[in-house]
Design a protein. Structure first.
Ligand code: NCD
Length: 329
C-alpha cells in the first residue's frame, strides 16, 4: 500500500494493492446493497471551474448513495465569482462548509496547490491536461468487469493523446498491470513520455483515415476512444483540426475481434451535419451512434460505473485508516 489516503491528486500515488482495494470496494457498492449510514452527516463540496456532466453528477450521486449530501459551487454569474472573488477564496469557503472537496480546474498544478491549504481531503476531478484519477479508477473497473481482468490485455488508446487527461491517467495506472498499451494518434498529438515511462507502450502515428486498417492489424482487446481536446488546442492546431478527427463506425467494428470492448470517457461531440439522422441516433465524432447497440460498446455502462467507483474513493478518503468503513461490514 502506497497511497496515504489524504487526497486523490494523481495516478502516481497508487500501487497495485491500493488499486485492487478500491476495485473490491467498488464491486461491493455496485452490488446494489445500500449503505445509507456510511457517510450520514457528511457533506461533499463540488467545485468545477471547467464544464462537466458525468464526473460532477456521479460524485454527487455517490455521496447521496453513501447517505451523505453535497453542496455545489454555483455557475460564475450566480456566485461571488461574478464579483471578482478568487478561486482559492471560493474554495476556502466551500471547504469550511463541507468534509471533502472535489475540484476540477484548467491549470495543471492548481488542484494540488489548493489541496495543500484547504484542510480537507481533496479529489482531483480533472486538472488541465494532466490527470483525471477518478475517471481512471472507473476505467480500470470497467475493464476488469467487462473483460474479467485488467491484466493480459492489449489496450489501444485512440485520439488526442497529447492533451487528453483520461488517457494520461489511464496509461500511468496501467503500469501496475501486465498489459500492452498501443497509442494511435495523428501526427502532432503524441502521448507525452512522462505518462508512459513505466508501461509497455508503442505508438502508431497515422492519418486518421487509416484508423480501421490500423485497429484491425493491432487486434486489440480494449479500444479506448477519446475526444479531440478542442479547448486546449493552439490556434495552429485548430486550423489542422480536420486532420485530427475520426469516427469509429459499424464497419470499423466488423473488423474488430468479437471479444474486444469499446470504451470512451464521453462526451463525444455531435457533428454539424445531421442530414438524415434522428434525435436518438445523431451523427457524432469519435464513435458513430450507430455503434451504440453493438454488445462490445460499453461506454454507457462505463459511465454508470462512475458511481460505485467514486463511492469507493469518497469512503476511503473520509475514513482513511479506519477499517470500519469497509463495505464488508
Ligand atoms: C473527460 C474529461 O473531462 O477529461 N470527461 C469526463 O470526465 N468523462 C473527457 C473529455 O472531456 O474529453
Amino acid at each position: 500500500m502506497r497511497w496515504d489516503r489524504k487526497h486523490l491528486l494523481d495516478m502516481n500515488v497508487f500501487d497495485r494493492a491500493d488499486l485492487d482495494e478500491l476495485l473490491v470496494y467498488a464491486e461491493h457498492y455496485a452490488s446494489g446493497k445500500q449503505y445509507p449510514e456510511l457517510c450520514r452527516g457528511k457533506i461533499l463540496a463540488t467545485a468545477f471551474f471547467e464544464p462537466s456532466t458525468r464526473t460532477k453528477k456521479s460524485l454527487q450521486a455517490a455521496m447521496l448513495r453513501l447517505g451523505g449530501t453535497y453542496i455545489d459551487m454555483d455557475d460564475e454569474e450566480k456566485s461571488s465569482r461574478a464579483k471578482g472573488e478568487s478561486d482559492i477564496d471560493t474554495l476556502r469557503m466551500l471547504s469550511g462548509y463541507s468534509d471533502i472537496v472535489a475540484i476540477r480546474h484548467s491549470c495543471d498544478d492548481a488542484v494540488a496547490q489548493f489541496a495543500s491549504v484547504l484542510g480537507r481531503p481533496v479529489i482531483n476531478a480533472g486538472n488541465g491536461s494532466s490527470y483525471h484519477p477518478t475517471q481512471t479508477i472507473l476505467d480500470l473497473y470497467t475493464i476488469q468487469k467487462e473483460k474479467g481482468s485488467v491484466d493480459n490485455n492489449v489496450v489501444t488508446m485512440v485520439g488526442d493523446l497529447l492533451e487528453g487527461r483520461t488517457v494520461h491517467s489511464l496509461a500511468a495506472a496501467l503500469s501496475n498491470y501486465d498489459v500492452h498499451v498501443v497509442g494511435i494518434c495523428p501526427d502532432g498529438l503524441s502521448m507525452p513520455d512522462e505518462y508512459v515511462q513505466k508501461v509497455k507502450y508503442e505508438e502508431r502515428v497515422i492519418d486518421m483515415i487509416d484508423l480501421d486498417d490500423t485497429l484491425a492489424e493491432i487486434h486489440p482487446d480494449v479500444i479506448y476512444a477519446t475526444r479531440m481536446q478542442k479547448e486546449r488546442l493552439t490556434e495552429e492546431q485548430k486550423r489542422e483540426m480536420q486532420r485530427f478527427l475520426y469516427i469509429i463506425t459499424p464497419e470499423t467494428m466488423n473488423r474488430l475481434p468479437e471479444h474486444a470492448i469499446l470504451m470512451h470517457p464521453l462526451p463525444r461531440p455531435e457533428k454539424e451535419d445531421q442530414t438524415g439522422r434522428s434525435m436518438l441516433k445523431p451523427a457524432t465524432w469519435d464513435i458513430d451512434t450507430l455503434v451504440d447497440d453493438d454488445p462490445r460498446a460499453v461506454y454507457y455502462r462505463q459511465a454508470a460505473y462512475g458511481v460505485p467507483t467514486r463511492m469507493a474513493v469518497i469512503a476511503t478518503l473520509l475514513y482513511a485508516g479506519d477499517r470500519t468503513h469497509s463495505p464488508n461490514q
